[in-house]
Design a binder for this molecule. Structure first.
Ligand SMILES: NC(=O)c1ccc[n+]([C@@H]2O[C@H](COP(=O)([O-])OP(=O)(O)OC[C@H]3O[C@@H](n4cnc5c(N)ncnc54)[C@H](OP(=O)(O)O)[C@@H]3O)[C@@H](O)[C@H]2O)c1
Length: 332
């Protein structure tokens, strides 16, 4: 293998703001620490949290790289001390706390997963952020199980396309909201029983009608704000509602009487600040339960567009236009 360069290309944000603030630069290649590996990045996923970080609304947690990028796929080129089960030359996909929009990135060894059978780097890079988030929120926290009825908000997002497919693959009946009739139909193609155009239809009414007034057992919500009360209205008795995004606002007016009468379980989580050990437990769940589905082609990442690293600003503009269905990926 050729020696590692000392410098690498990155896309960095010098000042929080619009997509034009993403600048190309050169930075030193980082060195892996205890329990870490250095990955030569072939592709990196773009996620809504990257857009929020670029705008200054989602600062990296202490110790994380300030470079954008929460997920990568590539080849391991160096090992830090105390790394077991991984070797130089391994092709992996990894959840990282930052630093993905770069030629090389550091990953914690337990958060590296092998490429599912038949996967290329672009598809592999589209997995970690969405699959870790959906597995821990929909399945571990939300307890999604066969026979559940599930409502996924933002069904055509990277998160939504993952949640629809996984919930359906595990035997749930899925409803999904999206911002146009065409996107609602795209949700149905991914396995939703009924896509709901949230601009033209009232999701509470549709869900109630489709479930004979019963409501849904589980809701994955990335909107919050005004959706919190409406989620409670759309929920069945004993339902679980898991919030993972705040696109509609951080505060909500909740009818606590409704919550008590229906015995609802409201929860939420963020992935990025959790410890390596907590994320490693999620990785184990994915390896056992989801990687076989990916390798068998039963669930797949939906790649909408790819951009070169130098076009990272255009990738962000596309995400902010919300015209995409599925994932946007950078190639390096
Ligand atoms: N908590 C965590 O650990 C965690 C981790 C990763 C991501 N997230 C969150 O998950 C969300 C999706 O992330 P992503 O990277 O997949 O982003 P994305 O592809 O840009 O998706 C954003 C989605 O939000 C939908 N949306 C916006 N307003 C809506 C509304 N009123 N009703 C229903 N849907 C609405 C959009 O739908 P239309 O385009 O159809 O309007 C779009 O599908 C973001 O909020 C992100 O911050 C949370």
């Amino acid at each position: 293998m050729s020696p590692l360069p000392s410098m690498m290309p990155v896309a960095e944000v010098a000042h929080p703001g619009g997509a034009d603030e993403i600048k190309q630069a050169m930075r030193p290649v980082p060195k892996p620490g205890d329990g870490e590996v250095l990955v030569r990045v072939a592709a990196a996923g773009v996620n809504r949290p990257d857009v929020l970080q670029r705008m200054g609304a989602y600062p990296p947690p202490p110790g994380a790289s300030d470079i954008l990028g929460l997920e990568i796929a590539g080849e391991i080129v160096a090992l830090g001390p105390n790394v077991a089960g991984l070797s130089i030359g391994d092709q992996v996909t990894a959840l990282v706390t930052g630093g993905g929009y770069a030629g090389y990135a550091i990953a914690a060894a337990p958060l590296c997963l092998p490429l599912p059978a038949g996967f290329g780097m672009i598809e592999a890079a589209a997995l970690p952020e969405n699959f870790f988030t959906v597995w821990t929120n929909l399945f571990e926290r939300g307890g999604c199980t066969r026979g559940d009825t599930v409502l996924v908000h933002g069904g055509t997002s990277g998160i939504g396309t993952t949640a629809i497919q996984l919930a359906a693959a595990f035997g749930a009946r899925v409803f999904a909201t999206a911002g146009s009739p065409a996107k609602a139909r795209a949700c149905e193609k991914l396995g939703a029983d009924r896509g709901i155009d949230y601009r033209g239809e009232d999701f509470v009414e549709v869900v109630r009608r489709e479930t004979d007034g019963r409501g849904v057992d589980l809701i994955l919500d990335m909107v919050a704000g005004g959706y919190v009360h409406r989620n409670c209205e759309a929920a069945a008795t004993d339902a679980r509602i898991v919030t993972i995004g705040l696109q509609g606002g951080t505060h909500a007016d909740v009818d606590m009487g409704l919550l008590m009468r229906k015995r609802l379980n409201l929860s939420g989580s963020t992935l990025r600040p959790r410890s390596v050990a907590e994320k490693a437990a999620i990785a184990d769940g994915l390896r056992r339960n989801v990687w076989p589905l990916l390798s068998a082609g039963k669930v797949r990442p939906i790649i909408f567009a790819t951009f070169a690293l130098a076009q990272a600003a255009a990738a962000h503009r596309l995400m902010e236009s919300s015209t995409h269905i599925g994932k946007i990926v950078l190639t390096i």
